[in-house]
Ligand binder design. Structure first.
Ligand code: MLT
Length: 410
């Protein structure tokens, strides 16, 4: 068989064999198979364990019933999301915090992972990308798939500007020392749990403005912020409307990892340029992409998300997040007692621990000796080597058991 044949996107060959969380799931499944008696406690992937808040569940049920009646049945909805949800988002998540965002700047979607992964599509393939290290792997992998990098060498892709997070800088990287076009930031941070203050975030906004660059700000964990001084949105920073896109999610805020609902804000004042030097509105480009490739989130799910903003929904989601933050506090305290240094877990669900050894080795030891799953820091980039991440998403009693077992194992 010779001649013409279907060919693959060769960029996929540059990727590591499997996505970080798939690799972990594979290792855990293999261990479970050979140790069926071991009850494994997962503090690895950040997946919620508690039921949907009642306000969301009630709204979900009501909307499902509406779908069962010809009179209230709905077919395709607006690709950008129903106005009832976008209006609530604009009002409660932004305007209430002094951030000037309107409902026509919001795009409801099925996940922040999808949005942060898909957004790169509206930019040229030869732009320069600045990515923190350690980082949530989807930002990087999607740019590799799009062909914005060279090969993977010694833990790094050629062509990417890595912004290094270290213990010494509290895992908030310094501004790039070269011109870059698209900057990925995530606060409260995944994987390190670290946060950023308004003044520091302003330096990033100013940098983007000075360089005609754009920030992709992932705020999926903003509901975990308990320190009143910290910004919940990049649009609380003056000047951000021109240079930032923000992604949010109901996954961790309201237990929607299996329900799927998120949104992205693309302000009408964000621009990027074509080769002839003319500027283009990113809101229009993203709208074109979204309407072409996406048919919207289901009606009942959007009603469930809307319920987050009701008084009961606000109280219930706050309590839900507090539950996980109590887990985070327990993990921080117990890990500290065992003589390990850590950061995070105060305004975010992740605790970033100095492993005192190679991070995959720590992962294996914990799995084998304690039956507890964490995430090896090296999976988030070269600067993550020597660290592991604990997720606070589990039942409190399981976290207690996990910490007791870790105490015996280490
Ligand atoms: C994580 O564990 O980093 C997250 O759960 C992954 C995600 O939200 O996709």
């Amino acid at each position: 068989m010779g001649g013409v044949m279907i060919r693959i996107n060769e960029n996929y060959l540059k990727l590591e064999a499997s996505y970080l969380f798939s690799e972990i799931a594979k290792r855990v499944a293999a261990f479970q198979e050979s140790h069926p008696e071991q009850e494994i406690i997962k503090l690895g992937i950040g997946d919620v364990t508690r039921a949907l808040p009642k306000a969301c569940l009630d709204a979900f049920h009501t909307a499902v019933d509406e779908m069962g009646d010809d009179a209230s049945f709905r077919g395709y909805g607006p690709e950008q999301g129903y106005l009832f949800l976008r209006q609530k988002i604009a009002e409660k998540d932004f305007q209430a915090r002094g951030a000037d965002i309107g409902e026509d700047e919001i795009f409801v979607s099925d996940g922040a992972k999808c949005d942060t992964g898909n957004l790169q599509e509206i930019f040229a393939t030869d732009i320069t990308i600045a990515i923190p290290d350690p980082v949530y792997p989807a930002y990087l992998d999607t740019n590799v798939m799009a062909g914005r990098t060279g090969l993977f060498n010694d833990g790094r892709y050629d062509g990417i500007v890595y912004m290094e997070g270290k213990w010494e800088n509290g895992f908030v990287p310094a501004l790039p020392d070269q011109k870059v076009d698209l900057i990925y930031l995530c606060f409260p941070n995944n994987p390190t749990g670290t946060t950023i203050g308004k003044d520091q975030l302003k330096t990033w906004v100013d940098f983007a403005r000075d360089n005609r660059a754009l920030i992709l700000f992932d705020a999926a964990y903003e509901a975990f912020i308990r320190d009143d001084q910290l910004p919940h949105s990049i649009y609380e920073i003056e000047g951000a409307r021109e240079v930032a896109i923000e992604c949010r999610s109901y996954s961790k805020t309201a237990g929607f990892t299996g329900t799927r609902c998120a949104y992205t804000v693309v302000p009408k004042s964000c621009r990027a340029w074509s080769v002839d030097g003319s500027s283009h509105l990113l809101n229009q480009l993203w709208n074109r992409r979204h309407t072409t490739k996406f048919n919207g989130v289901s009606y009942p799910v959007q009603r469930a998300a809307e319920a987050v903003y009701s008084p009961e929904g606000q109280a219930q989601t706050h309590a839900l997040v507090n539950y996980y933050l109590r887990n985070a506090e327990l993990i921080r305290n117990e890990i500290g007692k065992l003589g390990y240094e850590c950061i995070g877990g105060e305004n975010g669900p992740y605790i970033w621990v100095k492993a005192k050894t190679d991070s995959w080795r720590f992962f294996d030891t914990l799995l084998k000796k304690a039956g507890v799953v964490c995430t090896p820091g090296a999976g988030f980039g070269r600067c993550g080597e020597g660290y592991v991440r604990f997720s606070a998403f589990n039942h409190f009693e399981k976290v207690q058991t996990a910490m007791a077992r870790i105490g015996e194992a280490l």
